[in-house]
Design a protein. Structure first.
Length: 305
């Protein structure tokens, strides 16, 4: 594999588009058999490889127009780009059955289902936790961008209602600060720890493998890689009750609504039912092995191409 890093215009609305534009122009001159483009937001740019006679497969990704970070014009663009994708992309991939049903129902567009994958993770260096003042099973964890549709603020408010010595560890943040992310950071509870963005895989593995419970707040998109990573690390998982998450987690976790008291009740349930959590942890790893193994994912891509 050869990786080429191309620049992007560092403004929120055009960052992805500008990078994809340069990548497609660069790829158009190379002898690739198939160009795999991610995110329906990039669909207008598919005119470039089509002009060069290139075969293109578009990965639809999530429903970008549902994200709270976009204003009215941004949402209109993403809805429009979604429709353009169904016209310009001869072949489309959906990473979840729910996304597949959405494109079929709304646009009559057939898509090919290919999920994401994850590798089983185990704890190998628990001493890493000491860097952050953490102990095994001594904290709830969320790894995400601080955006409304990921429900980080909801989690902070729910956690503040708990009577527990455990901590809430938040990994991530906002690339472009917003009023929402500022409100998350304004949490006064000393049990809430902000670790910022972490990209070091061994550190993330230890945080995942040793947490008491993982809270997956994402409510838009298809099969979310962060959810799969938490499952692969045998986390007990609380997640938003939306079709995408139910499809992946099935009955191997618990689901909360967009309500502070409901999430707080689920957090308390984990504290009151600690003996039951290992059964869930075993079940999520079995789901990864049987449905989201990377070898299976690669084989699906090879068959499609």
């Amino acid at each position: 594999m050869r990786v080429r890093y191309l620049p992007a215009f560092p403004v929120k609305f055009v960052e992805t588009l500008s990078n994809a534009l340069l990548a497609l122009l660069d790829a158009a001159w190379r002898q690739f058999d198939v160009l795999l483009v991610f995110n329906s937001a990039n669909s207008p740019l598919l005119l470039i490889p089509k002009l060069f006679g290139k075969r293109v497969v578009l990965h639809a990704d999530g429903l970008e127009w549902m994200r709270g970070k976009w204003g009215p014009w941004g949402k209109r663009y993403y809805r429009w780009a979604e429709k353009v994708a169904t016209k310009l992309a001869p072949t489309m991939i959906a990473d979840s059955k729910a996304i597949q049903r959405y494109y079929e129902g709304r646009y009559g567009k057939e898509t090919h289902y290919v999920s994401y994958g994850a590798e089983i993770r185990t704890s190998k260096d628990r001493a890493i936790l000491n860097r952050y003042g953490l102990e095994q099973a001594g904290y709830f964890l969320q790894i995400t961008r601080f955006e409304p549709e990921n429900n980080t603020l909801l989690l902070v408010r729910a956690f503040e209602k708990l009577d527990t010595d455990k901590k809430l560890v938040l990994v991530g943040g906002a690339k472009y600060p917003t009023a929402y992310s500022d409100e998350v950071h304004d949490a006064k509870d000393p049990r809430v720890k902000f670790l910022g963005f972490i990209y070091d895989r061994p550190i993330l593995d230890e945080l995942l493998c040793n947490c008491y419970a993982y809270i997956h707040g994402n409510e838009v998109g298809g099969t979310n890689p962060a959810l799969l990573e938490a499952m692969a690390a045998a986390c007990f998982i609380l997640t938003r009750a939306v079709p995408f998450n139910r499809e992946v987690l099935a009955d191997a976790g618990r689901f909360f609504t967009k309500d502070v008291d409901d999430l707080a009740a689920h957090l308390r349930w984990t504290l009151d039912h600690e003996a039951e959590l290992p059964t869930f942890r075993k079940a999520v790893q079995e789901i990864i092995r049987s449905r989201y193994d990377w070898d299976r994912v690669v084989e699906a891509y090879e068959r499609l191409f």
